[in-house]
Design a protein around this ligand. Sequence first.
Ligand code: PXP
Length: 239
Amino acid sequence: MPTLSVNVDHVATVRQARGGKNPDPVAAALLAELAGADGIIVHLREDRRHIQDRDLEVLRKVVKTKLNLEMANTEEIVQIALRVKPDMVTLVPERRQELTTEGGLDVLGQQTSLKPNIARLKKAGIRVSLFIDADPRQVKASKGAGADLVEIHTGKYADAPDEESRKKEFFRIARAISQAHRLGLRINIGHGLDYQNVAPFTALSPIEDYSIGHSIIARAVLVGLDRAVREMKELITRK
Ligand code: PXP
């Protein structure tokens, strides 16, 4: 059965809008767990635009499911990960001007900087996932770089302008999942998944975890986090 990890970055985005204490992403994480989330995800960005160091520290102490830290492959953030020890990290590309993570990691082009840090993180007992596009070269390079998992980027699928290109993206993702599985990698998916577009993925296997943030937090503003998480969990586990 696939699992659902809830990204609570956008709870912190609302808090940072006023620079105070509310709403607290830690409270959101606990409520998400109570509603059935199987994991909590935060992205500690280099510019600290939403999640703060304090959030990560407190989450490490209170998350009872699985804490997945999204992070750039930089020495500062690697050091933080090694100290805080989330259950797993997902390495993502990061650019200051972007609204959210835009493309997958270029594992092929960055083997030299990725390999040693993946090894350091794994040695500390942290599972390492690489966020990549559904590109066979990147899947292969992820295996070569020593990753435990890959998270296949579903952004292009989510943003597809028409049904035909959406189908094309879906099959590209399906092929990447099969390839990663054959290579012995575990597979997560995420980015841009919402209540309208997530259902087709239940036909693919093996998907271990769905990483979903914006759509759940956006729905939570209107219907409450408990219901928003339950409704998404129901969609991804429905057969
Ligand atoms: N996976 C990765 C690697 C991401 O960077 C993000 C966005 O923080 C997500 C999943 C979640 O994307 P969304 O907020 O669109 O659900």
